[in-house]
Design a protein around this ligand. Sequence first.
Ligand code: LLP
Length: 443
Amino acid sequence: MALPLPHLLWGNADCVELARTFGTPLYVMDESMIRARCAEVRSAFLEKWPATTACYASKAFLTKTMARMVCQEGLGLDVVSGGELHTALAADFPPSRIELHGNAKSERELRAALSAGVGRVIVDGVMELELLAALAAETGRKADILIRVAPGVNPHTHAHIVTGHTGSKFGLPIEGELLESAVKFALASPGLALKGFHFHIGSQIFENSSHVEAVGRIAALAARLKTRLGFEAEELNLGGGFGVGKLPDFSHSPHSPDKNVPSESHVPLHLFTDAMMEALTRECRARGLARPAVAIEPGRWIVAEAGITLYAVETIKRLPGVTYVGVDGGMPDNPRPSLYQAAYEGVVANKISAPAAEKATIAGKCCETGDILVESIALPPVERGDIVAIFNTGAYNFSMASNYNRLPRPAVVLVKDGRADVVVARQTHDDLLRGDAIPDRMR
Ligand code: LLP
């Protein structure tokens, strides 16, 4: 009798069991891997360099449980909307460790930030600066702010996720009159305390050269403003953007899920942070500036590898030249392949030790030719009912999910030491009808 094939384990939980218990598609997040990344932020950055802070960029993945873990791990939280702020506050995240971002913040979002007492507002433009100053005066609250600048660098990444180039919709150009007049305005506003500047040059970046270049430019800005306005920046926020490959890295994880699971070493945080801190220290020394306090905002780097998505195989179609494995999710739970041509890797969770038999394309179930999750991947013989696991879906999958084709959003399960907890329930078809009303005149 043939022995049963080993199953993929995630956080020591059997993925086939998870799929059976919680249904598919299913987002599965390994708590230990998230905490290991946070620990690396502490050891490689916070403990190594004095006067530093780190905020997790919650747009990558945010639930109340995630906010709770980030808080326990001693990081701050970057939020970019009223919804992210509300989620953080609902998880009792300390407001003083929250920073509010956004290039088109509403008055309501600014009021919510002021009344919660968030630690920093990262102001993106002149109109926002004026509005925030007025709201601070009206409410009698003081806002500690950074002004976001576009340093004019072009990192090597997908065009849709470059953010600090000249002409960006984010921040104020680092060169020119606009920024200087914004600084003067902030300094003259009693309700605003200008602490310094922020940049975020883009996302999914694997080399540190653009970050280092941006550091040089922001140091030059600080020196220029000191000379021209007598303003000394106390704080610089150097953003996030640190890249993650296609396969998880288990070397820092307390337990490797399985020897049959392919692994890849991750980009260490210090590749970016050491280079930026060394450059900043050098630049400040050369320009006669005291080195300001420094913050970073990693998002993807903290959560991407911790997450997998489980799908059930619904159908297999063998055509001349291509085999399609059709699964029960797709672009609504992972829009990244269609938005950024993002590449993923996966395995058949119930056949991880079986040798590869053919190349197949894993197709999503949406009515779009572009709804392909993985192009041409080597898989063992696949059958209907198999469970496919796609790796490194922990960042920007759940957070960017939609209900396209009226597909309910998958549940999110947090796994640790073989235990699984639902941290976000699966949507039902009735959830899709919440708020959906037929006008009386059509009754
Ligand atoms: N800070 C700011 C101000 C940001 O705008 C972002 C991301 C981050 C930090 C975190 O970047 P990360 O470390 O995660 O690269 N949806 C795209 C990514 C968009 C990122 C937008 N901003 C994707 O799925 O690739």
